[in-house]
Design a protein around this ligand. Structure first.
Ligand SMILES: [Zn+2]
Length: 278
């Protein structure tokens, strides 16, 4: 568990554990001879991937960004990806009970980002965070409902449909402010409607950039995951992000980095993007 302050906000990184992805999927068109210098693959070509959430205490509200894989994966997916299911115990270790969470924000609705939104109680799906208002992008829900051949497996409706039906999930249409100092901004590429969560406090900015830059090994503009539906848009969105984040020294929070939940992204003297630890 790592903790940092940003003005009056307290940020705590908590994890749902480590799962494993195919290295080729993770690094897209980048040859293995290049990416294996940064990340070691096992004999099945799998690389470790973190499931990082962040809890933000504003003084008035307690906000959970992202909810990992959860514990409802179908058997077949559990075999492929694993299901560490550590978020609730890690939240407890950091001093947070499910009832403490006032707001949950999902960057997008892939199964590894919103899994703990809900849990099974008997045969019914109930909200994991009973008092929370959940936020996601309306376009992301609509895409998930289409169940397209390419990415249907990524969308498990039990993670969001019950919350939408009960009115507990608010669907956003683009950029929005959630509470003072905390807003969301859509960065297309990974999906059309993926949103980053931007925190501003005490003259500083932090951004949960989610799958736009999933780990500190993905800082280079062209190191784009094979999962991304619109890789050219990912590159443009990264440019747009770096234009602000580098000169303004934003703290970048990485969703899938197994080692560092956040860092400052800088350009070195050769113009290469590097992560400097916070
Ligand atoms: Zn995703």
């Amino acid at each position: 568990m790592k903790r940092i302050t940003l003005g009056n906000f307290e940020l705590t990184a908590v994890s749902d554990g480590i799962y494993h992805l195919d290295g080729g999927n993770f690094f897209g068109v980048i040859p293995k001879t290049l990416w294996e210098k940064k990340v070691k693959a096992d004999e099945k070509n799998l690389v470790p991937s973190g499931l990082n959430s962040v809890v933000v205490r504003t003084g008035e509200k307690t906000i959970l960004i992202e909810t990992g894989i959860g514990n409802k994966l179908p058997e077949k997916m559990r075999k492929i990806y694993g299901q560490p299911a550590k978020l609730l115990e890690n939240l407890a270790a950091a001093g947070f009970a499910p009832e403490d969470i006032d707001i949950v924000i999902n960057s997008h609705l892939h199964f590894d980002h919103c899994g703990w939104n809900t849990v099974l109680r008997g045969s019914t799906v109930v909200p994991t965070f009973p008092k929370a208002t959940y936020y996601a992008q309306e376009g992301e829900v609509a895409h998930g409902h289409r169940q397209l051949e390419r990415d249907a497996i990524s969308y498990i409706s039990a993670n969001y449909d019950p919350l939408i039906e009960s009115g507990q999930m608010t669907l956003l249409k683009g950029d929005a402010e959630i509470v003072p100092g905390i807003s969301v901004k859509v960065f297309p590429g990974h999906t059309r409607h993926m949103q980053a969560i931007i925190l501003r406090g005490g003259g500083q900015t932090a951004c949960y950039i989610s799958d736009l830059i999933p780990t500190s090994a993905h800082l280079d503009l062209t190191w784009v995951m094979a999962f991304d539906l619109f890789p050219l848009d990912t590159i443009e969105s990264r440019k747009r992000y770096y234009e602000k984040a580098i000169p303004e020294k934003w703290l970048t929070m990485f969703t899938h980095d197994p080692h560092i939940p956040w860092a400052y992204v800088e350009k070195d003297e050769k113009g290469k993007m590097v992560a400097r630890s916070a």
